[in-house]
Each structure stands twice: as C-alpha cells, then as structure tokens.
Design a protein around this ligand. Structure first.
Ligand code: COA
Length: 328
C-alpha cells in the first residue's frame, strides 16, 4: 500500500463579498438603536448582504474558484469538497455536491457540515486529517452564509450583527507541518444561547408564513466567548508547539471586536501580532468569517505567505475549533 503524506497545508485561499453594502444607518431605525451604539458594542460599521442572484451556491462557487486558482490547481485535482453552512435552506442534496459540479470538478466526495460559526475551522481540521490519512489529496473547504435571510430585522440583539459572504481554502499535502492539531469541542447544554427560534415543522403547520429566524442571548454568548475561547487559543498554540511570541496573525471568528480584544488580552498577545478586524466592514458571516478576515489581512498587508496564524472559531452549539496554520 502507498504511504500517506505526513503533513497538510493550506495551498490557496478565496473569498467572495456580496454586492450590497448595508451601513448601520439602514438597520438601526427598526431596532431603536444608533450607529454609535452598534459601533461601540460590536465594532461593526457596515455589513455586506447578497443580492437575489448571489445565492449561497453562487457565493460558494466564486470563493472556491478563487481558492483553486491561488492554489494553482485544476478543478479535476480536487477529490473532496466540504461546505460549512447553516444557511442552505434545502435539506438535500448537499450544497457541496452542487458547488463541486459548478466548479467543474470530477465527481469528488462532497458533503456539508453544520457547526455554525465554527464551521470553517471544523472543515479545515477534517480536511487536514483526510489529507494526512491519505483519503484525499486536495480538499476544498468552503464556508458560506446568507444570514440576512435568517436574521430578524426587528430583533435588537441580532439585526445589526449577521451578514453574508463566502470564503474558501484548499488543503493539500505538505512536506512540513503547516496545519497544527485542532483543539475543538461543543457544549450542547447551552444550545439555547444561539439557536433557530422554532422548528421548521411548526412553521409549516401554522397559517402564518415566516422564517424561523435565529435567536441569541447576546450577553451570555459574549461572556462565554471572551473567557473560554482564550484558553482554547492558548491550547492550540501549545499543541502546535509555538508560543505567542512566534505568532504573526490572530484570526478569530469575526463576531465582535470587543470579544476579539478580550481574547487578545487574556492570551497576552504581543503588540506585534496582527489582529483580524474584518467585522467592521463585513459583519458576522458565521462560517465564512475566518477566510474573509484572512482575505482582508492580505489586502491590507497584515498577512503574508509563511506567516503563522492562529484561527479560532466559535458559535452555536456551543461549538468551537482552533488551529495554528502557516499561511499560503
Ligand atoms: N441598540 C441599543 N440598545 C440596545 C440594543 C440595541 N441594538 N440591544 C440592547 N440594548 C440595550 C438594552 O436594552 C439594555 O439597556 P438597559 O441597560 O437600559 O436595560 C442595554 O442595551 C444592555 O443590553 P444587553 O442585552 O445586556 O446588551 P449587551 O451589552 O450584552 O450588548 C450585544 C448586546 C449583542 C452587542 C452583546 O451581547 C454581544 O456582542 N454579544 C455577543 C454577540 C456575538 O458576537 N455573537 C456571535 C457569536 S457567534
């Protein structure tokens, strides 16, 4: 039997930002809030929402195509596609199968995963293990969300937070370790903190057509993310065998700048570590937020090939996953 590669790496990244720019001023009227309040509590100035033709399928394909191009791979070389999403509102087939087809791949393994805002880091962890184990050679991981459809515009606790977009990464074999061990977990006892408001079947059984929007207990999520996630980040660094002094970039899930600040403080990150702040102009795009944040860091000169980045994602479930990666 042939040997499996010993290591995995990110070989290309892609991003898709949908076209509709929505400033705070367009949101706050319905929720009796203000631009100042939203910026002060979350850091968000504006977000991107998708136009009708910018479906999750469309956004995922565009981000995936860019990641493939940047990895220097042909679609036929991809033998597995993993899509992380909670906003593909069709139970079957999996979005990944449609995206794989649109990209011109040759019938790879393709499946969706549901880990909410932690989806992208779960996908990268799975992909790295598939490559290291020899099940796949090049895996395309995509995080995509269209949360504008799933967010109640009249809910003061969520209307200003969630947004749309897609990000992607290709995971490939490597001679040296470039995706560190994942630190991940979940806490279903706190499932109510971020959840779908009602069961689809209750919606179908009712006379009133409506979307079973997501709901969130913001303060409890804030406390959990600010304190518990710093420990997870430090553990991921330890498992990768590096200290905070050797880190170049910190790329947490783009939930809220105050959560990011609290984590950075608790981890004692040195000043020189560049920190992702994509949430300011993109909002919280759940499974897409980390690759989108990386995309902006490259564009702003805050990330470069060879940098060591700590990725940490967390959200509904309460599911989380973190790993250190060497940037492509
Ligand atoms: N605009 C203006 N005021 C608001 C408001 C809004 N959108 N939402 C709540 N308030 C008010 C409340 O009425 C309350 O007023 P009071 O003190 O007079 O009673 C006050 O602000 C505090 O309410 P609270 O719900 O405790 O807000 P908060 O300080 O926890 O801030 C969030 C709310 C959503 C910004 C904050 O909890 C948060 O960022 N949570 C994490 C969310 C997140 O990132 N989730 C994604 C994880 S995947």
């Amino acid at each position: 039997m042939a040997d499996s590669p010993r290591h995995a790496r990110l070989s290309g990244l892609g991003a898709y930002r949908p076209s509709v720019v929505v400033p705070n001023s367009a949101i706050v009227g319905r929720i009796d809030s203000s631009d100042e309040w939203v910026q002060q509590r979350s850091g968000i100035r504006e977000r991107r929402w998708s136009a009708p033709e910018e479906t999750v399928r469309h956004m995922a394909v565009e981000a995936g195509r860019q990641a493939l191009e940047r990895a220097g791979l042909e679609p036929a070389q991809i033998d597995c596609v993993i899509v992380a999403t909670v906003s593909h509102f069709q139970q079957l087939p999996a979005l990944a199968t449609l995206v794989a087809h649109d990209l011109g791949t040759e019938q790879p393994a393709a499946f969706d995963i549901s880990a909410a805002c932690a989806g992208f880091c779960h996908g990268v962890a799975l992909a790295a293990d598939l490559v290291r184990g020899g099940s796949s050679r090049h895996v395309l991981v995509i995080g995509v969300e269209r949360l504008s459809e799933f967010t109640d515009p009249d809910d003061r606790g969520t209307a200003f937070i969630f947004a749309d977009g897609a990000g992607a990464a290709v995971v490939s074999p490597s001679d040296v370790p470039a995706i560190g061990p994942v630190v991940w977990g979940s806490d279903g006892s706190q499932a109510d903190l971020i959840a779908q408001r009602e069961d689809w079947r209750d919606v179908v059984a009712s006379d009133e057509p409506r979307m079973p929007y997501l709901t969130m207990q913001g303060s409890a999520v804030f406390r959990w993310a600010s304190f518990a996630m710093a420990k997870v980040g430090l553990e991921a660094l330890e498992r990768a065998g590096i200290g905070v002094d050797e880190l170049d970039c910190f790329v947490p899930h783009q939930a809220n700048n105050r959560i990011t600040d609290a984590m950075a403080r608790a981890m004692h990150l040195p000043e020189r570590v560049r920190i992702a702040r994509d949430v300011v102009e993109q909002g919280n795009t759940s499974a897409a937020s980390i690759p989108l944040a990386l995309d902006r860091m490259y564009a702003d000169g805050d990330a470069a090939p060879g940098d060591r980045a700590l990725l940490i994602a967390f959200g509904s479930g309460l599911a989380y996953a973190a790993q250190v990666v060497v940037l492509p």
